[in-house]
Design a protein around this ligand. Sequence first.
Ligand SMILES: CC(C)(COP(=O)(O)OP(=O)(O)OC[C@H]1O[C@@H](n2cnc3c(N)ncnc32)[C@H](O)[C@@H]1OP(=O)(O)O)[C@@H](O)C(=O)NCCC(=O)NCCS
Length: 175
Amino acid sequence: MSKKKFAKESATIMTEMVLPNDTNTLNNLMGGRLMHWMDVVAAIAAQKHSNRIVVTASADSISFKQPIALGNVVTLQAKVTRAFNSSMEVFIEVSAEDIPASKKTITHRAFFTFVAVDQNGKPIEIPEVVPETPEEVELYEGALRRRQLRLVLAKRMKPEDAQELKSIFNLEITK
Ligand SMILES: CC(C)(COP(=O)(O)OP(=O)(O)OC[C@H]1O[C@@H](n2cnc3c(N)ncnc32)[C@H](O)[C@@H]1OP(=O)(O)O)[C@@H](O)C(=O)NCCC(=O)NCCS
């Protein structure tokens, strides 16, 4: 497919308020609820890029360093960093805001991978991503390395075929 789309065309912003039904017994946002919101915002970004039905293929490690409190406003921003054949990597940044206290913190950053599929669930080719800003270029350039790492961990790629991983682990891959 020769079609290309700018990274910014997939930019998606979702805003939620943490309500009692979203929290654990410490009145903080449940991790599972946050992951659900991340999945939704990233799926919308992937749909915008591909104009296709998309399915979640993987979510890279998500750590919970600080709690998000009841009443906070959570903003999730997602954008496709790079597209391959049928799969695309989506970067998600989450921030939590205590509006009465005028305090806003970035709480999470994560990468999800989505695959565009046809009506029968078969992977289908998607447009390339054209990065424009320095941040988009940096994310685009790192995406191949992250793809190889997740495919090796998923046992979908042989470590010796993951040429880009040499730069992380300084490995001697001779193939
Ligand atoms: C994702 C899915 C469509 C891949 O189908 P498949 O038959 O394995 O297809 P392929 O091997 O041709 O892989 C298709 C693409 O998915 C990518 N992919 C597959 N598994 C992956 C994983 N664990 N992590 C990242 N990418 C993955 C492949 O790298 C490939 O990318 P490319 O086309 O850009 O090169 C299929 O596994 C599926 O439908 N999974 C369930 C999706 C779902 O229900 N998600 C909700 C979770 S509850």
